[in-house]
Ligand binder design. Structure first.
Ligand code: ADP
Ligand code: MG
Length: 222
């Protein structure tokens, strides 16, 4: 699935920050990987590299053989639209669109026809247990439900990988456990590859594999 070779990300501004330093990492198909580490350690930067949201300063980030660091802008946008699902801490739903519309919108960049978008959006909402909330606006949903919509929005693309940055960071413990169980179920039933950034050890313990990133360096955690 992923093969990272000597990946470095340096931010240069008033001061220079080495957010990732010589990262070598392989993530296999169907793995559920948790990434933990201190604030500022490089977790989000790593996820941005995996997701093609930004490019490394040097090194290669291969997704099923294609180096995201070297794809042109158009090809990278296409990879994000079709191959990579994202879930964020703050859900990032569009408040004026219903749950179904939020999910369907994820298929616009891939130029999926409208009727198919709507059908797939309802399927994806059903797969996260929210079929009956399809016509609700985000503001009418609980935090846990909004995060389910965000997960449906990621899944509707039928991505090769789901990348989640602190997906339970805003949720109380019982809702957190529901979301983790949902992700675990998707992983088991659909064989999805999931990379989950969390600072919550209770979440990380559920993963098959745990990585730690601190000071821009990745290590395997027991
Ligand atoms: N866009 C950016 N510009 C400059 N520095 C950044 C940027 N994004 C992250 N950093 C810096 O890179 C380091 C790693 O940040 P980040 O990957 O967000 O860590 P984490 O998600 O583990 O808290 C930090 O020192 C942070 O301040
Ligand atoms: Mg972060």
């Amino acid at each position: 699935m992923y093969q990272l070779t000597d990946v470095t990300k340096t931010y240069t501004g008033k001061r220079t920050v080495h957010a990732l330093q010589s990262v070598d990492l392989e993530i296999g198909d169907g793995e559920l990987v948790a990434v933990q580490g201190p604030t500022g350690g490089g977790k989000s930067t790593l996820l941005q590299m995996l997701g093609g949201l930004d490019r490394p300063t040097s090194g290669s980030v291969r997704l099923a053989g294609d180096d995201l660091a070297r794809l042109g802008d158009g090809a990278l946008t296409k990879a994000r639209a079709q191959r990579i699902g994202f879930v964020f801490q703050h859900y990032n739903l569009i408040p004026t669109l219903t749950a179904a519309e939020n999910v369907a919108t994820a298929l616009v960049p891939a130029k999926v026809p409208a009727a198919e978008r709507d059908r797939r959006a309802l399927e994806a909402l059903a797969s996260v247990g929210l079929a009956e909330r399809a016509d609700h606006l985000p503001g009418e949903l609980s935090g846990g439900q909004q995060q389910r919509v965000a997960i449906a929005r990621a899944l509707v693309k039928e991505p090769q990988v789901l990348l989640a940055d602190e997906p339970t960071g805003n949720l109380d413990e019982s809702t957190r456990d529901e979301i983790v169980e949902l992700l675990e179920g998707l992983w088991k039933e659909q064989g999805l590859t999931i990379v989950l950034v969390t600072h919550d050890s209770a979440v990380a313990r559920r993963a098959q594999r745990r990585l730690r990133i601190a000071g821009g360096k990745v290590t395997e955690a027991a």
